[in-house]
Design a protein around this ligand. Sequence first.
Ligand SMILES: Nc1ncnc2c1ncn2[C@@H]1O[C@H](COP(=O)(O)OP(=O)(O)O)[C@@H](O)[C@H]1O
Ligand SMILES: [Mg+2]
Length: 236
Amino acid sequence: MEENQLAVKCKNLIKIYGEGTGKIVALRGIDLEVKSGELMMLAGPSGCGKTTLISVIASILDQDSGECKVYGHELKDLNKDEKIAFRAKNIGFVFQAFNLFPTLTAAENVAIPLIIGGMDHTVATQKGADLLEQMGLGDRATSFPTDLSGGQQQRVAIARALIHNPRLIVCDEPTSALDGETGHKIMELMKSIAVDKTRTLIVVTHDSRIFQFADRIAKMEDGHILKVTSNYKEFE
Ligand SMILES: Nc1ncnc2c1ncn2[C@@H]1O[C@H](COP(=O)(O)OP(=O)(O)O)[C@@H](O)[C@H]1O
Ligand SMILES: [Mg+2]
C-alpha cells in the first residue's frame, strides 16, 4: 500500500495504563493500516483495547511506543498544541455515550467544534442547524438532548463529528444504545459519509448486525489485531 493512500498506519503500537503492579498493557503491538475512503470496523470482546486504539489514533491519548501515523503525520512527533490543532482540523469523534451537553440545544451541540475553532456563536449555531436539516433533523434543531430519542441523539453526535469537515471520523460503538432498525439507519448514514476517498471512517463495534456495512473488519483480542478481513461473514 502506497503511504499516501493510507489514512492510518499503526506499527507495533503499544499503550500502557498505570505503572508498577497496577500496570495494564492495553495495546500490545498493534499493526493496522486503514486506507483513505475506507469504512474499517474494529470488533472484539469488551476490554480488548478497542476504545484505547481509536483514542490513540484520534490523538486523544498518547502512545507509549511504536508508530501511529495519521495522514502521514507521526502523532508522537507532535507536541501538545500541535496535537490539539491536528485533531481540530482532521478528526471527528463520536463517543460511545453520545456525550451531548444537556443544557445546549441540538444545533448548539453540533456547533461546538466550530465555536472551539473561533467561529461566532450565532453563525456556528446556524451552520449546526443547517447540517441537522441535511441529516433529517431540521425540526429538532432547537430541542434539548433529553427531548430526543436515542437515534436522534446519535445523529446529533454524528453531525457534531462532521461539522468541521474532518478527514477521519472515529466512532465508538455507534449503535450500542439503539434498536436494530435505528442502528441500521445510523450505519446507512455513516456509510454514505465515506462514499468518496476524502473521508475515512473507523467504527468500533461488537454488534454483528452491522458488520455488513464494513469494507474491512479488524478482529481484536487482548491488545492485538488477530486478523483483518473483507468478508464479514467470517465473524458472524
Ligand atoms: N483510563 C484507564 N486506566 C486504566 N486502565 C484502563 C483505562 N482505560 C482502559 N483501561 C484498561 O485497558 C484495557 C482496554 O480497555 P478499552 O480500550 O476500554 O477496551 P474496549 O474498548 O475494547 O472495551 C482494559 O483492560 C481496561 O480495563
Ligand atoms: Mg470501549
